[in-house]
Design a protein around this ligand. Structure first.
Ligand code: GKR
Ligand code: MG
Length: 440
């Protein structure tokens, strides 16, 4: 079997005004959907980061992908790496890390994130050709259902989209503990999630401590809680939050990327342990590729690595990471970014075939809506907070081409070509806003 054609579809999807230490989400998130047509008549699909950068990267590797054998993934990865990262900088730990860049804009993972989409589409293609689900092609599933967590955000009023195409505001404004609890109840009632993550780094730390306490008060100790300020806190503040939330983050919760850098996280860990607080630290910012893992481990800076097939280099890379974490006695979970159903299914297959997965995965899916879904048959369903592996070949979803065309039209109509939460923050909230790390 040979890949005969790579099709690249830039799309835009409405995104509510979610806040984070990066700033403010734009009214549309950008995604790229790719299709790999083959000479056998089957087509594989994948979803990745959107905008000019990712599209240029796919165009740059078109000549490598078209004509390639979709089974020869290691060779494809090597050739894509040679094209996109000739100096091999992606193997260098530290440097330009995700700390200062929004996901999808890190030059260090250009190779991995471009290859990841190609790998996922190849696996979908192979799965369809041999009649097997993707998770069973890559070594086989260890679970049939993958748990996800309720991913809460502080948020301004509005449902995303712009004039003429403003979307309903499902969750309303979320700027205080009561609204955080309300949004959690709403999301859990709809999806059945059993763990909760709060995106922090938005309000002063004591306000966010109050929000986590309110969640604990409402849901009790059986619902694990985690908070992720995306490096907005200093070491001292991280220790203060860790000590204050000792009880609330206990029992399956964690503190995610509290401060910038592995050295800082190592110090936070030491100071918490010295006070008998064993809350694990998780990261999708200080550990973004294999080269970061040994240092994270040596410094005991990170106890849980947050994988993501989209930038770690695909599903098989995450399986490798899962094995490494198991050997190093580190936990593993999964990070997410604004996405639709094709990505959700890739994450689900990946998690299903990664044995050492110790927490419910993140997903932004509740923040997107049916109107923008490009998957045939509409949005992927959750059962008790989990996505089930469908009894279908490949990823188990196919494209609704009318919906895809609508996504493309939306993309053509809007001015955004790159995620820039700082620009949005300046436009809508504070003209002088700067991303300061640490802020508190
Ligand atoms: O969507 O604003 C967001 C998130 O903050 C996202 O970009 C992060 O990458 O979910 C992410 C995280 O866990 O850091
Ligand atoms: Mg994070």
């Amino acid at each position: 079997m040979k890949i005969s054609r790579l099709k690249i579809h830039p799309i835009a999807i409405a995104d509510p005004p979610l806040r984070g230490s990066y700033g403010l989400h734009a009214p549309f998130a950008l995604r790229t959907v790719i299709e790999l047509e083959s000479d056998s008549g089957f087509t594989g699909i994948a979803e990745s980061y959107g905008g000019d950068g990712p599209i240029a990267a796919f165009e740059a590797v078109r000549g490598i992908v078209e004509g390639a054998d979709p089974f020869r993934l290691a060779e494809l990865s090597r050739r894509i790496g040679t094209r996109l990262d000739p100096a091999g900088t992606a193997g260098v730990p530290g440097g330009t890390s995700q700390t200062y860049l929004v996901p999808g804009e890190n030059p260090l993972d250009l190779h991995n994130r471009t290859f990841a989409a190609i790998e996922i589409a190849c696996l979908d293609l192979i799965g369809k050709a041999v009649g097997k689900p993707v998770c069973d092609l890559i070594g086989g599933r260890v679970r049939d259902r993958v748990q996800f967590s309720a991913y809460l955000f502080y948020k301004h009023a509005g449902g995303g989209g712009i004039a003429g195409e403003a979307y309903p505001d499902e969750y309303g404004e979320i700027m205080d503990p009561a609204a955080v609890v309300r949004s959690a109840k709403q999301m859990i009632a709809q999806y059945g999630f059993k763990e909760i993550k709060l995106k922090g780094g938005v309000l002063p730390p004591d306000d966010e401590i109050a929000a986590i306490r309110a969640l604990r008060h409402e849901f009790g100790p059986m619902v694990p809680l985690r908070i992720d300020p995306n490096c907005a806190w200093s070491v001292d503040t991280s220790v203060h939050v860790g000590l204050s939330l000792d009880e609330e983050l206990d029992g399956g919760g964690y503190l995610e990327d509290p401060c910038p850098g592995l050295d800082g996280m190592g110090e936070v860990r030491r100071r918490l342990v010295a006070k008998n607080v064993d809350t694990p630290l998780a990261s999708n910012v200080a550990v973004t590729n294999f080269a970061d893992v040994p240092r994270a481990r040596d410094l005991d800076a990170v106890q849980i690595v947050l994988s993501d097939p989209h930038y770690w280099g695909g599903l098989r890379a995450v399986q490798t990471l899962s094995n490494i974490c198991e050997v190093l006695k580190m936990g593993l979970s999964m990070h997410s970014n604004s996405h639709l159903g094709v990505s959700l299914m890739a994450m689900t297959h990946c998690a299903a075939a990664s044995p050492n997965l110790t927490y419910a995965c993140d997903t932004h899916y509740p923040w997107q809506v049916e109107k923008d879904e490009i998957v045939e048959g509409g949005r992927v369903r959750f059962v008790d907070g989990a996505v089930l592996i469908p009894d279908k070949p490949g990823l188990g979803v196919s494209l609704d081409y009318d919906q895809l065309a609508r996504g493309r039209e939306r993309y053509q109509k809007i001015p955004f070509r790159k995620r820039d939460d700082t620009a949005e923050m300046r436009k809508h909230v504070d003209p002088n806003w700067e991303r300061i790390l640490p802020r508190w």
